[in-house]
Design a protein around this ligand. Structure first.
Ligand code: BES
Ligand code: MN
Ligand code: ZN
Length: 510
């Protein structure tokens, strides 16, 4: 895990392996960003010119490494592109800083210590650079570098950048310290969500996930309750059991309750936790199942958000519900045509066993509603249709309350997560009419993401404010890494959920 400290150290005395500076696209070529003045001086004020000669323009994602001049104790300078330089009187945006810091940290695997000399005059700047750097330094290497190679010491994967110092900050300033501490807690938990997503499904079974939650609960003073398959049967959780019954790895429903003695509000978070989605009897074809370990990303995000809320000691109650099951085909699996009696008492005709997420979520939503929270947000890699609509980087937001949907969209924007509000058109409901049961788990193909949202809506308690985030697109990144986003699990929606909890705590929401 990468460590981060605030530092007032001057560049001339600083001991680090690399010093990171920012370079932006100016009207007349690359310009060195604020924070790097002393480094520029060590280059006799010619760092911008040197970078230009090396071909740097300051574009997003650009990395230029160069040897440091003799005035610096640090042997290497890394200039990272920030995109367009801000206009007069404007400052660098948080997302530009976050991404640039992420690119820099990601470009330094195997390095011990890097000092970041980026524009961090404000607590927001510190938060952005710290978040970006700590998220960018992430690597998932637990399954690499087998014993023989590790002993030879020549083949194992490089470990991520070990230590980051943010220069130009005040370690004793309350606001500076708070910004760094929040970023550390948030990114540690977000990176842990990424680890859970990346952990192969033969190791991360519902039972194993529940054990991770139980252990984290002990560490952070969160009350954790786990319903195993016997308790689920006793409780009548037909949705979760119906999805899990084809697997050798039985399902779980995990409740994590973080409470604050002075809390005025309670936020409930519900996560889809399909540890592997084969599609079940409606088996997915090859080409569609290779990344389906990511189908527990919603549960991972909820888990990370609850733990972060606890670590930050937020003045709000946050309850997390992880609906964990493995969707597999077997002689004991639910068949297309089966009818499940859900926890709510409603019956569902399962027309397609690959529409399993809504089944486990329905039970968890009903259960969460029983405790009458002020709001419920569910998070799920729910539909391929949402990816067709919004692409791979944007999650869809549906809700039974326009103001709440708008708030979540604005919060997501503020923390640097791409999202878009989506409707729940009432006319799509009739497509789920079933001749046999109260509702079918599938409806019209067109607007499939919205159909899924309409299904979930029926399991939310009367009068409870609810939103549904379909993160099927952004949860798992298959392309080349960019900014602070690695390949694989991304931790999508964690930052939005944490900021939502903070907003709920401070009372500026609903
Ligand atoms: N987990 C999938 C959705 C998904 C697809 C997530 C690709 C991430 C990447 C979900 O369980 C699913 O299979 N949905 C079906 C629903 C359909 C059968 C109504 C889909 O979207 O095709
Ligand atoms: Mn599925
Ligand atoms: Zn699924």
């Amino acid at each position: 895990m990468t460590a981060l400290t605030l530092s007032t150290a001057g560049v001339a005395k600083l001991r680090a392996d690399v010093i990171v500076v920012g370079v932006a696209k100016g009207a007349k070529g690359p310009v060195v960003a604020p924070g790097a003045e002393a480094v520029d001086q060590a280059f006799d004020g010619k760092l911008g010119t040197v970078l230009e000669t090396l071909g740097a323009v300051g574009g997003e994602g650009e990395v230029t490494k160069l040897p440091a001049p003799s005035g610096l104790k640090t042997p290497v300078v890394l200039a990272v592109g920030l995109g367009s330089a801000p206009g007069k009187g404007e400052t660098y945006g948080s997302e530009a800083l976050r991404r640039a810091a992420g690119v820099a940290a990601r470009s330094l695997p195997g390095v011990k210590k890097a000092a970041f000399a980026l524009p961090v005059e404000t607590p927001e700047g510190i938060a952005a650079v710290a978040e970006g750097a700590l998220l960018g330094a992430y690597a998932f290497t637990v399954y690499q570098g087998g014993e023989k190679n590790a002993q030879r010491g020549d083949r194992g994967p490089k470990q991520p950048l070990a230590e980051i110092a943010l220069l130009g900050t005040k370690p004793r300033d309350k606001a500076h310290k708070a910004a760094a501490e929040r970023a550390i807690a948030l990114t540690e938990e977000l990176n842990r969500a990424r680890d859970l997503v990346n952990t192969p499904p033969n190791d991360l079974t519902p039972e194993a996930f529940a054990a991770v939650a139980t252990a984290a609960g002990k560490d952070h003073g969160i009350k954790v309750q786990v319903l195993d398959e016997t308790a689920l049967a006793k409780g009548g959780y037909g949705g979760i059991l119906g999805v899990g019954k084809g697997s050798e790895n039985p399902p779980r429903l995990v409740k994590l309750a973080y409470t604050h003695p002075d809390a005025k509000k309670t936020l409930a978070l519900v996560g889809k936790g399909i540890t592997y989605d084969s599609g079940g009897i409606s088996l997915k074809p090859a080409g569609h199942n290779e990344t389906m370990k990511c189908d527990m990303s919603g549960a991972a995000a909820v888990f990370a958000a609850v733990v972060t809320a606890a670590r930050l000691g937020l003045r709000v109650n946050v309850t997390g519900w992880l609906a964990l099951a493995e969707n597999m085909p077997s002689g004991s699996a639910t068949r297309p045509g089966d009818v499940l009696r859900m926890y709510s008492g409603k019956t569902v005709e399962v027309l397609n066993t690959d529409a399993e997420g809504r089944l486990v979520l329905a039970d968890a939503l009903t259960r969460a509603s029983e405790e009458n929270p002020d709001a419920i947000v569910d998070v799920a890699t729910l539909t391929g249709a949402m990816m067709l609509a919004l692409g791979n980087r944007t999650f869809g937001i549906m809700a039974n309350d326009d103001a709440f949907r708008t708030s979540i969209h604005e919060i997501a924007e503020e923390v640097g997560e791409a999202s878009w509000p989506m409707p729940l058109p009432a006319d799509l409901r009739k497509g789920m009419d079933s001749p046999t049961a109260d509702i079918a788990n599938m409806g019209e193909r067109m607007g499939g993401g919205l159909v899924a949202g309409l299904f979930l809506k029926e399991f939310v308690g009367e009068g409870i404010t609810w939103a549904h985030l379909d993160i099927a697109g952004p949860a798992f990144h298959e392309g080349a890494p960019y900014g602070y986003t690695p390949k694989g699990g991304t931790g999508s929606s964690v930052r939005t959920l944490v900021r939502l909890a903070e907003r709920t705590a401070s009372g500026d929401l609903g």
